[in-house]
Design a protein around this ligand. Structure first.
Ligand code: URA
Length: 295
């Protein structure tokens, strides 16, 4: 559950009486925590008492008919993001195919993705997360979406799952900090914004961002893709088949004609350590192809 700062509690308390004491504010905050609020989603408070209060009456001479109150835009965006509706805003942002195709460099692509307003994810995320590692790497890892750590820092795979991913890659001699294209790795996610509460991205969000990812791959020019987790694998291979059936075998990207090795997401491996041995097989297959074996 999410909440919007103690100042909104202060606003509420003021309406009910004189300036509240710190103890009263702390009690109000503790009450929200007790209800399950565990995350702040905005730097500015939303005073929902004000939002629902009647508007001052218009002068009798005014000919303007009363308008229904529109929901607060930011609050609506947050509600949409929570429910994954991904409903386009009334201004109808440009379609992502056109935007992606017009990007001629990774910098231009990042700019286009960052400015695209077609989903409300931006309203709840702290940072835009584009990529990490080295462009020009023969190997590209594609994940799902930033989590809380990535959102805070602005780089993909920096939390616990990312640390495991680094270890997995190191076990086959690859590293995001190595500058040698043969040994380095380039890392990105299907979504550049964190879905609120780390929920799974909606199908609509994935389909919206997919043209960006395909352009991302074209511009980064890897030779091999390591796709981790269901969201990434299903999106890249345009399939509904799950990761357990797909992993361990080489697939070809349907439009970019590149080899893709699907594998478990490191976050899943943190929970299901018994499947690490299968992931290790996938990594060895990856190593073999990087060493020149055919897919
Ligand atoms: N999970 C992902 O898929 N990507 C990240 O960047 C972090 C966690």
């Amino acid at each position: 559950m999410r909440w919007t700062w103690v100042r909104s509690i202060r606003g509420k308390a003021r309406r009910l009486g004189p300036e509240p004491t710190d103890a009263a504010l702390l009690a109000a905050l503790a009450w929200q925590v007790e209800l399950g609020a565990d995350e702040a989603i905005s730097d500015t408070p939303v005073d929902r008492f004000a939002a629902s209060a009647p508007t001052p009456s218009t002068p009798a001479t005014s000919a303007t008919p009363a308008q229904p109150r529109a929901p607060d835009g930011a609050a609506q965006a947050r509600a949409d993001a929570r429910h994954g509706s991904g409903v386009p805003t009334p201004e109808s942002p440009p379609d992502t195919h056109t935007l992606a195709e017009s990007a001629n460099s990774l910098a231009e692509l990042a700019e286009a993705m960052k400015s695209w307003d077609g989903t409300p994810l931006k309203a709840t995320a702290k940072n835009f997360v584009f990529s990490d590692g080295h462009t020009g790497s023969r190997l590209m890892v594609v994940g799902e979406a930033p989590g809380a750590d990535e959102d805070r820092i602005g780089r993909p795979f920096v939390g616990r799952a990312g640390q495991l991913l680094d270890k997995m890659l190191a076990a086959i001699g690859q590293s995001r900090t190595d500058e040698d294209p043969a040994k380095s790795v380039y890392i990105a996610n299907i979504l550049p914004w964190r879905p609120p509460g780390n929920r799974t991205p909606s199908e609509q969000e994935v389909q919206s961002y997919l043209p960006f990812m395909e352009r991302h791959i074209q511009l980064a020019k890897p030779e091999v893709i390591f796709a981790v987790g269901n969201t990434s694998v299903k999106a890249l291979l345009n399939t509904q088949t799950g990761i357990k059936r797909l992993r361990g075998n080489w697939h070809r990207h349907p439009r970019l004609d590149l080899p893709v090795m699907p594998s478990f997401h490191p976050a899943y491996l943190l929970r299901q350590a018994q499947d690490k041995r299968l992931a290790w097989r996938d990594l060895l297959a990856l190593r073999a192809v990087l060493d020149g074996e055919n897919t």
